[in-house]
Design a protein around this ligand. Structure first.
Ligand code: MRU
Length: 368
């Protein structure tokens, strides 16, 4: 995607020093376009934990480079396994992290230690390139869905109203995004899409990142408080909800940013289609029941008791929004049961959020 006319991916290797990797510091967006240098595994682990990089596919891609950095220092079997274990622990819910690390380990184990680091950089590059292709494919399938919705519009309807939660855009992946990919494509094709952007407390990924991305691409959008979605749906102002996800179980339960479940409930009550866009690397074939088996990350209470913004001098500022003694809880994700999901939008096309739907699209994975 482009920022001020310049094309970027959200992670890339330095042109002059191929053992240097760059990311945008997402804790500074949208106010500052701060490009960080990553050179060692600890910096990668810190970037993931502190959410300088975030979004399930991007976490996996950046972790893959983290493993390459570690192998530069210690390419032994022990070094490989220790680095893999340390990286997988950085965030618990997004399965793409484990997927990327397991793919790297499987690829690197048969490689002689002296050649492992080079092979690791190449495999991390491949993960990034594939992520871009996969998201583009998700975008094309989602575009077909939006065209269908637009063709079936009500007489006099002037725009296709979509609603999204959190940020599943290009900055959450290597490029394109998952939920936002079809939105970009529909907009580019002249379908008059308009996006209701949930602010997505507590970290405000919608207000900060989705609004920034859509604005940069010229996609009409309106920011709403997280609790506005149900009201908008009751009044016929949402044609489709589309979100990304951090983990989908083999029966179609969906873990995503906290608050997603409430949007799915409201969509169900109002007959609004609720779609989830995902690369197949987000499917956890080892788990079935999302409520029981997906670990939900609990983050710092300070993300709830403080907000970040710009002060009147346009300087980044942090403000407490509660009494000083208030205790807060901060579960970062929730699970939407498959029965509330209209469909899953993958790189191989759409399917029902059921074991049969997923197995039909990915028979080789479902059998394994
Ligand atoms: O905590 P975050 O910001 O990493 O959470 C991100 C989300 O919930 C996204 O919707 C999800 O990772 C999909 S990104 C394509």
């Amino acid at each position: 995607m482009k920022i001020n006319g310049t094309p970027y991916r959200s992670v890339w290797r330095d042109a002059a020093d191929p053992r240097l990797v760059h990311i945008f510091d997402q804790t500074r967006l949208p106010w500052e376009l701060d490009i960080l240098d990553l050179k060692d595994m600890d910096a990668v682990a810190h970037a993931i934990r502190s959410m300088q990089v975030r979004g399930a596919p991007l976490i996996g891609a950046v972790a893959a480079y983290g493993l390459a950095f570690a192998l530069d220092r210690d390419p032994s079997d022990q070094g490989l396994h220790a680095a893999a274990a340390a990286l997988v622990e950085t965030r618990p819910t997004a399965i793409n992290l484990r997927w990327a690390i397991e793919r790297m380990v499987a690829h690197l184990k048969p490689v002689p230690p002296g050649e492992r680091a080079d092979a690791a950089y190449r495999e991390a590059d491949a993960i990034c390139d594939e992520d871009v292709e996969v998201n583009e494919a998700i975008g094309r399938h989602g575009l077909a869905l939006f065209k269908e919705l637009w063709d079936g519009r009500r007489p006099g309807q002037e725009r296709l109203n979509l609603l999204t939660h959190c940020n599943a855009g290009w900055i959450a992946t290597v490029d394109w995004g998952t939920a936002l990919a079809p939105i970009y494509m529909a907009h580019d094709l002249g379908i008059p899409v308009h996006v209701w952007v949930d602010e997505t407390r507590p970290r405000n990924q919608g207000a900060l990142l989705t609004a920034w991305e859509l604005g940069a691409h010229g996609v009409p959008h309106t920011l709403v408080a997280d609790n506005a979605g149900g009201h908008l749906m009751q009044h016929g102002n949402v044609d489709c909800v589309i979100v990304g996800t951090d983990r989908v179980t083999r029966q179609g339960d969906v873990a995503n940013k906290i608050g997603t479940y409430l949007k799915a409930l409201a969509a169900h009550d109002n007959n609004v289609p609720f779609w989830v866009a995902l690369p197949s690397s987000t499917i956890d074939w080892r788990v079935r029941d999302g409520m029981q088996e997906i670990p939900i990350e609990e983050r710092s209470a300070e993300e709830v008791t403080f907000v970040h913004g710009l002060n009147e001098q346009d300087r980044p500022a942090r403000l407490r929004v509660t009494p000083k003694t208030t205790q807060a809880a901060n579960p970062a994700f929730d699970v939407t049961p498959a029965r509330l999901v209209t469909g899953l939008l993958t790189e191989r096309g759409p399917c029902a959020a059921t074991a049969e739907g997923l197995a039909g699209l990915f028979p080789e994975q479902a059998r394994a």
